[in-house]
Write a protein that binds this ligand. Sequence first.
Ligand code: LLP
Length: 444
Amino acid sequence: MNTRETLKINEKGHLAIGGADCTELAERFGTPLYVFDEAHIRNMMRMYRQAVCDEYDGNGLVLYASKAFSCMAIYAIAREEGIGVDVVSGGELYTALKAGFPAERIYMHGNNKLPSELKEAIEAGVGCIVVDSELEAERIEAEAASRGVVQKVLLRINPGVEAHTHAYVQTATPDSKFGFSVANGTAQEMTKRLLGMEHLALKGFHCHIGSQIFEKDSFVLAVERCLAFVKEIKYSYGFEAEELNLGGGFGIWYTDEDEMMSVEGYRTYLTALFSAVRRECARYGLRLPRILLEPGRSIVGEAGITLYTVGAIKEIPGLRKYVAVDGGMFDNPRFALYGSKYTAVLANRADEPPCELVSVAGKCCESGDLIGVGMSLPRVKTGDLLAILSTGAYNYSMASNYNRNLIPPAVLVRDGEAEYIVKPQSYEDLVRNDVLPRSLTPNN
Ligand code: LLP
């Protein structure tokens, strides 16, 4: 699935997502609003699952990287689709379990998992913990020993692949807080340590080179480096990895600078990956490991949009026109963080051709609170409904209550019908955990 299939302009000239008219969604649920197309999400999950079945004899598992969008409904969808999930915190783990997600299909990540998070994961019986520090390995060993269990683990290695993406989302460069470097020998040393731990069962290795990546070559290089490492470990320590987790990172369409990939397009990436695995294993005489993939953005990114109502419009002659919306960096911090680019559509007049370039601003007290600059739109008026596309990944999950703005609710559209998957916050929610000490209470 891609944006072209999920979004349509209907007979009224309105933008529709998954068959639901955006103006009706805005009227019923208000704005700002995150909207997700369920069919899109399921199709992407199925595409990954099918690729593992067809091209790798089903010897693998797709883990949805839930940091991209985490709420109970998404774990329930992943459960129904028969895939696993990757969680990176006690909070994501809790949400998954609360949605009835089977613990054995949960992989736990994080470069500094808290002792409490490790305890929760082991207690829940998660399928695997991806070890990312020596301290953590010791803590898992102690926790598992105290419970008399053996915890399956993978070791996160850094294969030293520089993927062409934003520096903030590159994860396998020499200077990275993630993983153990193969180049400087710490990955080898750490493997040896893990093999000596009684309550840890090392299953293999994990690598993730970054996010929003379009070059096949980077993924293939990562496979080559990982399997060369697997071979080295086999010959040095007699341990042959049963599992190789290749992480996530496939790119999605945000603007016409990006490729809009079809299901078949994504399949060509997976074909390249699986054939690289087969080729390298044959080369080194290794048995084929079980392959895990951790796509996040490519599953939910293009499945989601954000709807905003246009408020103040301010023209600075000779400079730019600001169109302010009722959201901003509190529901989408990606422009402020990474200078990310998006496409805007005037949802209530989606059939009108664009005629001007505007900057879409948020409502936060911060100059950098923009959704985008140079966005091409028809002449926008106060009260118009603006849709920002491809906001399904890393928008809701990175939202905050900055300026005490309310995090927008999210709805899921199925066959043109929408329902809440995340309810609206209230002002009461904002003060729920605030405490007014007695000395500060009015009339005290
Ligand atoms: N596996 C691991 C270990 C990861 O760290 C990540 C993403 C994924 C899988 C999923 O990658 P994806 O398929 O979604 O590219 N907030 C940033 C993205 C951070 C990605 C963090 N790790 C953004 O908004 O672009």
